[in-house]
Design a protein around this ligand. Structure first.
Ligand code: PAF
Length: 279
């Protein structure tokens, strides 16, 4: 596997051998969920690039940025073992050179006003812009992201449409631990006690799937919030939304795609997850 820190060197290399290129953007601290994305890309593309870049513009909390786990050597070893062809680990100055700006002003509202967007102002603008910028540098045909960050995938799809980038977004299933906890780089910050309660986020989502559509949406939400609270989590939201628009579903109305999304704190670690209720 090649490791590039500079985009010009990477682009020269890719220009010489480009055929079908798959791209997996990450912030590092890799786990099996990321590796599944790389494997997915390897099945569909001749060449696979994985970026490792902790993007400062998507952190609304400076403390979260500071504490975000960074394990570059381990990440490189994991990617090489998985068969990834190239790791791109740019510096902040390379991703955001002076004067760089988006070619179009993105219209992310109302997708970015709900759920994560409500609790993390500015987060999705940062995500959409960094993904655009990385695509500009890597120029892949396919982009691979995980369903765990469901709202992020919907917003990135909107960004792709608005910028007319010829990139196909592939969304892969969430990879889970044996007890159901969605894999996340943040999980390594959980204490043993917090790790015990963390899977209740997924259990609350499964309970919602069991109850939908027998009960009214607000009743399901109330039960899910209570389940998380009684387990020792501090839930932030539990929303049942139209999977296309991300707007809350109304009782009795018909939807072809419904997703339950939740965020909760286990101690100082913020967890998010979602399950599809109907598609
Ligand atoms: O999901 C992530 O790890 C990040 O939001 C992403 C897509 C790599 C952009 O920084």
């Amino acid at each position: 596997m090649y490791v590039f820190h500079r985009a010009d060197a990477m682009r020269r290399y890719l220009a010489a051998c480009r055929s079908s290129l798959g791209f997996v953007p990450t912030m590092g601290a890799l786990h099996e969920g990321h590796l599944q994305l790389v494997r997915h890309a390897l099945r569909e593309c001749e060449l696979v690039v994985c970026s490792i870049f902790v993007n400062p513009t998507q952190f609304n909390d400076p403390d979260d940025l500071c504490k975000y786990p960074r394990t570059p050597d381990q990440d490189i070893a994991m990617l090489a073992k998985t068969g990834c062809h190239l790791a791109f680990m740019p510096a902040v100055e390379e991703v955001y050179p002076p004067g760089w700006q988006m070619p179009v002003a993105l219209q992310l509202s109302p997708l970015d006003q709900v759920m994560e967007g409500k609790f993390r102002p500015g987060h999705f603008k940062g995500v959409a812009e960094v993904v655009y910028r990385l695509l500009e540098l890597v120029e892949p045909q396919r982009l691979y992201m995980g369903q765990k960050d469901f709202q992020q995938t919907v917003i990135v799809q909107a960004m792709l449409q608005q910028t007319n980038l010829p990139v196909a977004l592939r969304v892969a299933d969430t990879v889970r631990e044996d007890d159901g906890l969605a894999m996340s780089s943040r999980n390594r910050r959980l204490s043993p006690e917090q790790r015990q309660v963390a899977p209740y986020l997924y259990r609350a989502l499964l309970e919602a799937r069991r109850l939908y559509p027998e009960l009214a949406v607000d009743e399901i939400q109330a039960r899910a919030m209570a389940l998380m609270q009684s387990a020792g989590l501090r839930p932030e939201y539990f929303d049942i939304v139209d999977g296309h628009t991300l707007q809350p579903v109304a009782n009795g109305a018909k939807y072809d795609y419904v997703v339950a999304c939740a965020a909760a704190w286990a101690g100082e670690v913020r967890l998010i997850d979602n399950v599809t209720l109907r598609c």
